[in-house]
Design a protein. Structure first.
Length: 233
């Protein structure tokens, strides 16, 4: 359509030139409009490709590849704090309530943490129910503050009531912290955060084992874990 408009302008100029021996600027205006339209179209496609490559389509978080590259670049110039997050018993959520409910939990988590994960902070989906929360320029002492803020945001994370007999079943998230200074290895940092997360998860399971005898059928479910071990809820 853009090209058609341009040729109409050219034809108009040709007719005017034959009768008046004067070249009106219609074709030049058409050429300018054509350039702007094509530039806008190219820009839109470039944005689409960028999002396809760098964003996780389902959750809207950044992709694992983008996140790892970004972390690598950050550690060349600054310190970075990180939480490695894993939703507790996510497979059981899918098995018991259906994958649609599991998808709702993932999207709910994204919505809840969005206010905190604005630039320069970055939220990365590593795969499945595992995420990285990156905090460039953080200090070692920021862990407690950042953890408290995340837990406060995630207090509303729960299984929809229509799928349960209880009024509200919260979903807990095991959280592992790692800190790296400028020049450190990003691979080691992710590995350390991953190990820390699994230690938290084991602590959650141990706590659940002690609570189980006194819980009802709904509260027996592992996704309800409330422990003194650091986690997101």
């Amino acid at each position: 359509m853009y090209v058609l408009v341009y040729f109409v302008c050219m034809t108009n100029d040709s007719i005017i030139l034959q009768h008046h021996r004067t070249l009106y600027p219609t074709s030049w205006i058409g050429a300018g409009l054509l350039f702007l339209m094509l530039w806008r179209e190219a820009h839109w496609h470039m944005q689409e490709v960028y999002e396809y490559v760098n964003l996780d389509k389902f959750t809207g978080a950044y992709s694992r590849t983008f996140g790892e590259n970004h972390l690598s670049e950050c550690l060349k110039t600054q310190n970075v704090g990180m939480f490695y997050a894993d939703i507790d018993e996510f497979k059981q959520i899918n098995d018991r309530y259906g994958h649609r409910t599991g998808d709702m939990v993932l999207k709910l988590m994204m919505d809840l943490v969005k206010p905190m994960m604005q630039s320069p902070n970055l939220l990365v989906r590593m795969g499945g129910d595992e995420f990285l929360f990156l905090f460039p320029q953080a200090t070692r002492e920021d862990e407690a503050i950042l953890r408290s803020q995340l837990e406060s945001l995630l207090e509303g994370m729960h299984i929809p009531t229509e799928h349960t007999n209880a009024d509200r079943i919260p979903v807990s998230v095991s959280l592992g912290w790692a800190y790296a200074s400028r020049g450190d290895s990003w691979i080691d940092m992710i590995h350390n955060a991953d190990l820390s997360m699994y230690r938290t998860k084991e602590g959650n399971k141990t706590r659940l084992a002690h609570l189980a005898p006194n819980q009802s059928e709904d509260t027996l479910h592992p996704i309800e874990a409330k422990t003194d071990t650091p986690n997101w809820r």
